[in-house]
Design a protein around this ligand. Structure first.
Ligand SMILES: Cc1cc2nc3c(=O)[nH]c(=O)nc-3n(C[C@H](O)[C@H](O)[C@H](O)COP(=O)(O)OP(=O)(O)OC[C@H]3O[C@@H](n4cnc5c(N)ncnc54)[C@H](O)[C@@H]3O)c2cc1C
Length: 392
C-alpha cells in the first residue's frame, strides 16, 4: 500500500491551495441571497483557467483527465485553501453531478457539444433531481417529460438545485413513465434560456452560503430528443453514477476544510492561556483535539479507499456510502469541537462558526446520513428492500 500522492498530484494540490488562498479565502459570508453574479462568474472563470471545474473530465473534451484519487486530492486542496467552502461545493456539484454524467452517458456528439465550455470556466452546470415531494425518495419525482415527435415537453419543478441561479446548463431528471420506479426516469440536458424554464429566488441557507441554490420550474419546456442523456428509462442509472462521484470526490472538500480548522484549533489551544498555562495543557482540551484528529484521519482513509476503488471501476456500493457518512459526521463534530476549544470566541463569527455552518448541510445533500445507512444495510443484506438472502 502506498499512502502518498505522486509528484504531479502534489504539485497540482500546492497550486490549488495557493489559488484558493488568493482568490477564495474569506468570501463565503457575504454571499448567499445577496449573490453577486458578476463576482461569482469572475472567480468561476479563474477556477476554470486553473483546470478546477473540469478536472475529472477526459482531456479530449477539455478536462484534465484526473482519476477519482487525484480529483479528491484537488478537492481536498480546494477545501483547505478556501475560506468559502460554498464556492468549492458549487464547483464539485458542477463537475461531479453534472459533467461526469455527460462523460459517462453522453454520446460523442453531446460530449463535444457541451463539455469544452463547461470545463473552461465559460459555462456553469447544475444538476436537478430533488423535488418538494421527492427528496430522499428521489425516484418518486413528479416532473414529467412527454415525448412529442423529436422533442420532449417538460412540466414540473425542482428544489434545492445547487448553481441554478448562475447555471447555463441543467442536467435534469424527469419521469418518462410515471410510477415506473428505477426505469421510469430519464435524464436531459437543458440549456438556460430555453422557453418554459425559469429559476426561483436564491435560498438563504445556514451554511455553504457562497454556493447559490434555488428552485427550477419547467412549464411546457421543450427539449430536443437529442439532448436526452443515455436512453429513455436510464435516468436512475445516470443519477446513481453521478452520486458515486459526488459521495467521494465532493466530500474531499470537507477533509481539507477540517484540516485547516484543526490546525488553527491546535494553534489556539497552544496560545490561549487560562489558570496560568495554555489551555492545550489541560487534558480535557488536548484530548478533544486528539479526537478531532482521529475523526479526520479515519474519515480521510475511508474517502481515499473509496476513491481508489472508483478509480479502478469498482461497483462497490458500501465504500462511497461509508466515506460520505464518515466525512459528513466527522465534519459536524469537528465543527462543534472547534467552537468548544475557542470558548466564547467560538460563537463569534469566524472560522470555526463558518465551518460548522458549512458542515451542517453535508449530512443532508447527496443522500442524508440515514439514507447512507439504509444503503449500507441493504448492501449488507439487511433492512427494507433487502436483497434475497444467499443460501450456501
Ligand atoms: C446544500 C444543499 C444542496 C443541494 N443540492 C442539490 C442539487 O444540486 N440537486 C438536487 O437534486 N438536490 C440537491 N439537494 C437536495 C438533497 O439531495 C435533499 O435535501 C436530500 O436528498 C434530502 O431530501 P429532503 O430534503 O427532501 O429530506 P427528506 O427526504 O424529507 O428527509 C427528511 C428526514 O427524514 C429522513 N428520512 C427520509 N426517508 C428515510 C428513510 N427511508 N429512512 C430513514 N430516514 C429517512 C431523512 O434522513 C431526513 O432526516 C441539496 C440539498 C442541500 C441541503
Amino acid at each position: 500500500m502506498n499512502f502518498e500522492f505522486d509528484a504531479d498530484t502534489e504539485e497540482m494540490c500546492a497550486m490549488v491551495v495557493a489559488f484558493a488562498q488568493r482568490e477564495l479565502a474569506g468570501r463565503g459570508e457575504a454571499a448567499s441571497s445577496t449573490l453577486d453574479v458578476g463576482d461569482f462568474r469572475r472567480r468561476w472563470q479563474l477556477a476554470g483557467e486553473q483546470g478546477l471545474v473540469g478536472g475529472a473530465v477526459p482531456v479530449d473534451y477539455g478536462g484534465s483527465g484526473l482519476d477519482a484519487v487525484a480529483s479528491s486530492a484537488v478537492m481536498e486542496a480546494l477545501g483547505y485553501g478556501s475560506g468559502d467552502a460554498g464556492f468549492a461545493f458549487s464547483i464539485a456539484a458542477h463537475l461531479f453531478a453534472s459533467l461526469m454524467p455527460i462523460v459517462e452517458f453522453g454520446t460523442e456528439e453531446q460530449k463535444r457539444e457541451w463539455l469544452p465550455a463547461l470545463c473552461s470556466g465559460e459555462r456553469i452546470a447544475a444538476h436537478g433531481i430533488t423535488e418538494p415531494e421527492a427528496g430522499s425518495d428521489a425516484l418518486n419525482l413528479r416532473t414529467r417529460a412527454v415525448r412529442k415527435g423529436d422533442e420532449y415537453v417538460l412540466q414540473g419543478g425542482k428544489c434545492f438545485t445547487t448553481n441554478a441561479p448562475v447555471a447555463d446548463v441543467f442536467v435534469v431528471q424527469a419521469a418518462t413513465e410515471p410510477n415506473g420506479g428505477f426505469f421510469g426516469l430519464t435524464a436531459f440536458i437543458v440549456e438556460a434560456g430555453t422557453p418554459g424554464l425559469s429559476v426561483g429566488p436564491v435560498y438563504d441557507k445556514v451554511g455553504l452560503r457562497g454556493s447559490p441554490t434555488s428552485d427550477v420550474h419547467f412549464d411546457g419546456c421543450v427539449v430536443p430528443a437529442r439532448q436526452m442523456l443515455g436512453a429513455e428509462g436510464m435516468g436512475a442509472s445516470v443519477f446513481s453514477a453521478s452520486m458515486k462521484w459526488e459521495r467521494v470526490c465532493l466530500f474531499a472538500i470537507y477533509l481539507g476544510a477540517m484540516r485547516r480548522v484543526l490546525e488553527s484549533t491546535v494553534g489556539y489551544a497552544g496560545d490561549r492561556e487560562q489558570f496560568g498555562s495554555p489551555i492545550g495543557d489541560f487534558q480535557a482540551v488536548s484530548h478533544r483535539v486528539v479526537d478531532m484528529t482521529l475523526r479526520l484521519e479515519c474519515a480521510r482513509l475511508l474517502l481515499y479507499k473509496a476513491a481508489w476503488g472508483l478509480a479502478r471501476g469498482s461497483q462497490d456500493e458500501i465504500a462511497p456510502a461509508l466515506a460520505k457518512l464518515a466525512v459528513s459526521e466527522a465534519a459536524v463534530q469537528l465543527g462543534l469541537d472547534a467552537i468548544q476549544v475557542r470558548g466564547g470566541l467560538g460563537v463569534v463569527e469566524g472560522e470555526a462558526a463558518t465551518f460548522l455552518r458549512d458542515a451542517l448541510p453535508s449530512r443532508v445533500f447527496s443522500g442524508t446520513s440515514e439514507i447512507q445507512k439504509n444503503n449500507i444495510a441493504r448492501a449488507l443484506g439487511l433492512g427494507k428492500n433487502r436483497r434475497p438472502h444467499r443460501r450456501h
